[in-house]
Design a protein around this ligand. Structure first.
Ligand SMILES: [Zn+2]
Length: 170
């Protein structure tokens, strides 16, 4: 089963309407193909709640909706196009009120943005811990380096001097 086949059967798969052999091949494909498995996950999460005509016009008619979408999408559009074009079957026209590729691209872009943010935060935490650790290392090394010097200077300050005045010197 290829990507086109799989994407045309997502809805049937989720409805449990595929024959068992077909469903098996479907699962085999999505286990190996991350764009397709992503689509299945997204569709399953949304479960096709169809919008009424009024809702659709209310959402899509607002200029802010499209401006937001444009600004998010232009960053990720290239990957989106590559990842999604192979997998756009007729299924999205079946029960959905909104232009599904746009919604999915939008959702995927948001997910990517969130994941990126989390990654950056984790990286920052790791870096912070690492620099703290490095700071401690430097501090202990500095102390180690300072110790012999301190001992040396103490020794030279309190150096025992054997001075025996000789008779007749004074
Ligand atoms: Zn695929």
């Amino acid at each position: 089963m290829d990507c086109t086949m799989v994407t045309s059967r997502v809805a049937a798969f989720l409805d449990g309407a595929l024959a068992s052999s077909e469903s098996e091949r479907f699962v085999l494909h999505i286990e190996a193909c991350s764009p397709c498995s992503q689509i299945v996950v997204e569709i399953e999460a949304q479960r096709f709640v169809p919008l009424t005509v009024e809702q659709r016009e209310d959402i899509c008619g607002r200029e802010k909706f499209w401006n937001d979408m444009d600004s998010v999408l232009c960053t990720h559009m290239e990957q989106m196009v590559i990842a999604k074009t192979a997998c756009l079957g007729p299924w999205h026209r079946r029960q959905v009120g909104m232009p599904m590729p746009m919604v999915m691209a939008y959702a995927a872009a948001m997910l990517m943005a969130v994941a990126w943010g989390v990654q950056q935060r984790d990286r920052a935490l790791v870096a912070e811990v690492a620099s703290e650790h490095l700071g401690q290392d430097l501090e202990s090394e500095r102390r180690l380096a300072a110790q012999p010097a301190a001992e040396q200077s103490r020794e030279s300050t309190y150096k025992v001097v054997n001075y025996t005045p000789q008779r007749g010197t004074f």
